[in-house]
Design a protein around this ligand. Structure first.
Ligand code: CA
Length: 225
């Protein structure tokens, strides 16, 4: 895979660069946000790894600007220890996952596998999934509501696909964590609620009927009200 690593701490950057290269990945390194953004905009990457605090332009701003161009490249944010606000801001900016420093290299590899696996999977059998006027096509990765195209990040797409495959069934947060996120994911976080809100904003806010429903204490269900 071709990976763009944007990290300004020389020791961390060198360690990650070496480790990822040993895993047969091709790694481009940028030590500041402006160079990182320029490289990211040139495209051709299978994954972006962005540190949050960077000189020039923050990792969050790089992430936002990449997403503003509607590229679906998986983005993994590296955040400072225990900075929950950073995690949420990162997800808000369109990142697919985050990793808290310091982390074990194996943990990074596991996240990379989880983020990139879906892209290389063969499309599941069967055609588009549909609920009311919402459609999701697993092979073209296109989502439409009322005929309008909806741009989703890789993680939002995976969550929506899972919910649609289980439409009219209640799915718990544990179900979602196991099926859409790796089970190693920090289950103490409210990341699922954050992502459900992202989907609501994009899919339900400007449309009727509402399709994503919360069942307090049980989970979520997608259905026509
Ligand atoms: Ca930094």
């Amino acid at each position: 895979m071709k990976i763009l690593l944007v990290e300004d701490e020389p020791k961390v950057a060198a360690f990650l660069h070496q480790g990822l290269s040993e895993q047969q990945h091709q790694v481009d390194l940028a030590a500041d946000g402006l160079l990182g953004l320029r490289l990211a905009q040139q495209g051709g990457y299978d994954l972006l790894i962005l540190d949050t605090l960077l000189p020039g332009l923050s990792g969050l701003d790089v992430c936002r600007q990449v997403r503003a161009q509607n590229t679906g490249v998986p983005i993994l944010m590296l955040t400072a220890l225990g900075e929950t606000d950073d995690k949420i801001r990162g997800l808000d900016a369109g990142a697919d996952d985050y990793l808290v420093k310091p982390f074990a290299f194996q943990e990074l590899l596991a996240r990379i596998r989880a983020l990139t696996r879906r892209r290389h999977d063969a499309p599941p059998a069967g055609g588009a999934l549909q609920l009311a006027d919402l459609t999701l096509d697993p092979s073209s990765k296109m989502v439409h509501r009322a005929g309008q195209p909806i741009q989703l990040t890789a993680r939002e797409f995976a969550l929506l696909e899972y919910l649609l495959r289980n439409q009219n069934r209640v799915v718990s947060r544990v179900d979602i964590l196991e099926q859409v996120w790796d089970t190693s994911f920090d289950t103490g976080s409210n990341v699922i609620d954050v992502y459900i809100n992202f989907l609501r904003k994009k899919l339900d806010k400007d449309f009727t009927p509402k399709l994503i429903h919360t069942l307090v204490g049980m989970g979520y269900v997608m259905k026509e009200e």
